[in-house]
Design a protein around this ligand. Structure first.
Ligand code: CU
Length: 240
């Protein structure tokens, strides 16, 4: 083999190695840059079973959302179910939150939510989760039936909402009153985003302080106290 041929082969090999490394670097960096994992949580939560339809699908992220590529729900129980009453996807004023309002209550069943949103850094995050609606939960003794009352009182006492789970009629005003010296809050899901129903969030409530919210739309309204988020939870179901 002549010296020229050896150098020729070495040159070709060198160019090939260069091209292959460039290709690996390009696809590698592109892949890493494209897929973000900024998803924080959602209402309904992944795997949650609600005792009535949610009034919105809400996704929370750890970065400001720049655009929503897709945000859909389908029924895994009824393939013929349609969701034409679902409102378009919206990015909240607080840009870490994306929502779709539900104007017509979902039937009992299992649902799958899929989404893809993109961020200012041009990365995107796609994902999917399921939740269930099961109104048979309302028939248990957990729920106190307060339907037909215009105003309902819930006390905050001994690190709990009392009653913890209630059913009310549409347009009922629920008032929460703190009965003890520990400061409590009334906060919509999730913790700590508090984005499901933006007006269902109180300031810190000292002893004797009250917070009221009027529930208009039928559906499930899970909530908690942000000072005791893991133990102090409640549920309002508006049943029309
Ligand atoms: Cu509390």
């Amino acid at each position: 083999m002549s010296g020229k041929t050896v150098w020729g082969i070495a040159g070709v090999v060198l160019v090939l190695v260069g091209v292959i490394s460039l290709a690996i670097w390009l696809t590698g960096s592109k892949g890493a840059q494209k897929q973000a994992s900024y998803f924080a949580d959602s209402t309904p939560a992944a795997g949650e079973t609600l005792p009535a339809s949610p009034i919105a699908l809400v996704l929370n992220f750890t970065q400001d959302v720049a655009s929503v590529t897709s945000f859909d729900v389908l029924s895994e129980s009824d393939s013929s179910a349609t969701f034409d009453t679902l409102q378009p996807a919206e990015i909240d004023q607080l840009k870490t939150t994306v929502r779709r309002a539900i104007t017509k209550p979902l039937e009992d069943g299992q649902y799958r939510v899929t989404y893809e949103v993109c961020f200012a850094d041009t990365t995107c995050d796609q994902g999917s989760f399921t939740f269930k609606v099961d109104r048979t939960q309302l028939m248990g003794s957990d729920f106190i039936d307060k339907r037909g009352q215009q105003t309902v009182l819930v006390e905050l006492d001994q690190l709990a909402f009392s009653p913890k789970k209630i059913i009310v009629s549409p347009n009922t005003t629920v008032t929460w009153r703190n009965a003890e010296s520990v400061e409590h809050y009334v906060n919509t899901e999730t913790h700590p985003y508090h984005t499901y129903v933006l007006d269902h969030n109180s300031r810190g409530l000292g002893k004797g302080a009250e917070f009221s919210y009027t529930f208009v739309q039928p559906g499930a309204y899970p909530y908690h106290c942000s000072a005791h988020a893991t133990v102090m939870t409640g549920m309002i179901v508006v049943d029309g």
